[in-house]
Design a protein around this ligand. Structure first.
Ligand SMILES: Nc1ncnc2c1ncn2[C@@H]1O[C@H](COP(=O)(O)OP(=O)(O)OP(=O)(O)O)[C@@H](O)[C@H]1O
Ligand SMILES: [Mg+2]
Length: 290
């Protein structure tokens, strides 16, 4: 048995992760029994932050792959460089190792960001590496994974443009960790930390920023509300104004911070700017803001 509680605390402190105690406990547990980890959650819930912390905590070698529709199997596994093959043949020297082969060979963490953007053919090239821990490189060798090889992947559950459905076979090989929005109290701590709010009225700025993004998630005019990123951006911006007691400045900063981060419901008569303005004013009016 591993000391999960101790490790979770260590990870939180070392990587400045606020909360997520439950999820980190699940991740540490899955890692201790050599399982591949898939972290799923909406935009901005902290998937990459957790995955990077885990990878760095357990291992020094870190191989990152950011997925897109253009990511082909050879980008993951590796390929023979044609000019080198001509001069040296199919040898080790002519082979350019990809992140999967390197992580397996050297015993590192393969971090696959946004795995559901990976095309199906590329997904298939991962299958045997993930369960049998073997990677066949034709004309070169078979890699048996180092015992420290492990995989952390992230994915967004919503249907967005450019997202393929993760194949059943690949999904089957992962332990699932789900991230929801954190509590308002934890979000406020994250805002203070990430927006580098120093002294002054940082409590108030963080509280109002959190309340504003919270309301974007609850508003019936908004289909997709803002993640914590919106609040971090808003707090960072408003902190640059000479007067952050002005509702005009809050509205301006909120429109800048949130405009690209929220999606409105269809068929509204209000513009996005108006929706954001109303949300900000509703929050300011409810607080003791003057
Ligand atoms: N628990 C947390 N503790 C500290 N900072 C956090 C936490 N959760 C999120 N953050 C901060 O919130 C921001 C967004 O997090 P991150 O990039 O990890 O989200 P994500 O889920 O990977 O987003 P995306 O879906 O857009 O890739 C980062 O600035 C990160 O530092
Ligand atoms: Mg991410």
């Amino acid at each position: 048995m591993v000391d999960t509680t101790g490790r979770v605390k260590e990870i939180q402190e070392k990587y400045k992760i606020i909360g997520r105690t439950e999820e980190l406990r699940q991740i540490v547990l899955a890692h201790s029994v050599d399982k591949n980890i898939l972290i799923e959650g909406e935009v901005g819930v902290g998937k990459t932050t957790l995955a990077k912390a885990i990878a760095s905590f357990f291992d020094s070698d870190f191989y990152r792959v950011d997925c897109s529709e253009e990511l082909l199997p050879h980008n993951l596994v590796g390929y023979f460089d044609p000019p080198l093959v001509i001069s040296k043949g199919y040898t080790e020297d002519s082979y350019k190792y990809g992140p999967l082969a390197l992580a397996m060979q050297n015993g590192g963490c393969l971090f696959i960001n946004e795995i559901n953007r990976m095309p199906e053919s590329t997904q298939n090239s991962l299958l045997t590496s993930l369960d049998e821990r073997i990677l066949e490189i034709p004309k070169l060798k078979t890699i048996n994974a180092h015992e420290d090889f492990f995989v952390v992947a992230t994915q967004n559950p919503s249907a967005h443009v450019g997202v393929t459905v993760l194949g059943e076979a690949l999904k089957d090989r992962f332990i699932w960790i789900n991230l929801n929005y954190q509590s308002p109290e934890e979000e406020i701590l994250i805002i203070k930390q990430e927006a580098s709010l120093g002294s002054g009225n940082s409590d108030k700025v963080a509280l109002l920023s959190q309340n504003i993004i919270q309301l974007t998630r609850e508003s019936t005019s908004v289909r997709r509300g803002s993640s914590i990123r919106g609040a971090i951006d808003l707090a960072t911006l408003i902190n640059q104004y000479d007067n952050n007691n002005s509702s005009k400045n809050w509205v301006e900063a909120a429109v800048m911070a949130l405009y690209n981060k929220i999606e409105l419901e269809d068929g509204l008569t209000q513009s996005k700017k108006e929706v954001i303005t109303n949300i900000v004013l509703a929050v300011l009016n409810k607080s003791d803001f003057q």
